[in-house]
Design a protein around this ligand. Sequence first.
Ligand code: ADP
Ligand code: 5SP
Length: 494
Amino acid sequence: MEQLLLGIDIGTSACKVALFNRRGEVLSQSNKGYPLYYPQPGWVEQDPDEWWEAICAGIREVLDNSGVRPEDIAGIGIDGQSWSAIPVDRDGNCLAKTPIWMDTRARDICERVKEEVGFDRIFAVAGNDFLPSYSTPKMLWFKEERPEIFEKTYKFLQSNSYIVYKLTGVMSQDMSQGYGIHFFCNKTCTYDAELAEELGLSADLVPDILPCHAVAGTVTEEAAQATGLAPGTRVVAGGLDAACGTLGAGVIKKGQTQEQGGQAGGMSICLEEALAHPKLILSPHVVPDKWLLQGGTVGGGGVLRWMKLEFGEGVSFDELTSLAEKIPAGSDGVIFLPYMSGERSPIWDPDAKGVFYGLSFDKTKGHFIRAALEGVAYALEHNLRTAAEAGVEADELIAMGGASNSILWTQIKADVTGRKIKVPTSDTATTLGACILAGVGVGVYDSFEQAAEETIVITREQQPDENAHEQYKKSMELYLELYDDLKDTFRRFR
Ligand SMILES: Nc1ncnc2c1ncn2[C@@H]1O[C@H](COP(=O)(O)OP(=O)(O)O)[C@@H](O)[C@H]1O
Ligand SMILES: O=C(CO)[C@@H](O)[C@H](O)COP(=O)(O)O
């Protein structure tokens, strides 16, 4: 009997479900979208039960289209977007929409708590700054602004944990997503109960911690009814989407670096120690005893998705990006600041705005598209330079996410960063990473190294062009200067 593995990715724009064989070949996959809600300026939230509905439909579609026996699925791995704060009661009922990773509603709480508890005390445990995008401030927001919900809250769950619960009835917290909780010690991967109290919370509000590849539970009869899965199928704890994508891109050794091309942008540099930087993001890798020093930007693939929705008039991504092919590197001086919901690393400015600079009558739609693609690449380079300040040098990049489908965009990132970019088989690195976790957890693979060896194939490599890189050094200076010149304006007119 072929041992199959099912990967589920709770992305920002959609959930992806993919059925893999042990060689990492996709037998069937589905993509089911769900809405984002923007109820107030700075608020971005999603409904976990809409995630669940989409995932049930996605699993059924994959099972129907593949024709496999559900019993042949040896394990299920789930990865999800970062920094949720899903309040659930004792019966696991979701009590409210969750603010997602772009949401900055808790910004005032962050400023107050950092005053009261102190940056150093928090950073010493978390290895991350106390910023509104993270889960902890969102838990405090529920406590202070929605006490009627907070009082009924038994646990706050992460995105993947909520779906693990819906499948198995078990509430868990995986190590990689622990980084969203500031009383989770990134070095020891344990809770600091004292810091939880100092922050005004309790470690009892989050589930027990599991390694990402540990079996959290098995599919219940109820979940089997909802999905078509076989009852008893093993489900592992899973992890952070960026970390699973990093694993699925084959980044499991020190210095290897993932380039993130989902809605969010950024990178993850694999480390063998918990090396923090106040302007970057530290999380455990989903691979034990490894860590990821991450740059997480708001404007990743989502910038192009927004342009396609608002200005694309039904064209495909490739048709849209083809307009940029004819525009020279640097977009004839047009610069785009991709700060479309404030910006996370390395500037951490919730007031920052998206900006197109350098327009004149001779500029075309192609200039807008190319400047947008380049702006995302400048944000990536800004994070790589920040990591270098911490003594962490990223060498070659390995691309993942939907944006890695674009040869032009990948070339622009190579030219801006001056680094070679390798692209694995397809943009299913995130679901493949989730499946590798399941495969190691249930014994299909003996190790992560063996799994990566068997499943990950690099299909193309893109080298930086020296002339373009020289041009981009100048554009990068202008990009950085524009933000420095505008940041006070962003704040005064927030
Ligand atoms: N062919 C393409 N060219 C450029 N960008 C693409 C292409 N296909 C998808 N994308 C981008 O990839 C993003 C979706 O990637 P995905 O990894 O599915 O993100 P998420 O998991 O965050 O939903 C979209 O924002 C879209 O802009
Ligand atoms: O914040 C991070 C990682 O630190 C992002 O990875 C978000 O989790 C969104 O992921 P995508 O939906 O863009 O894949």
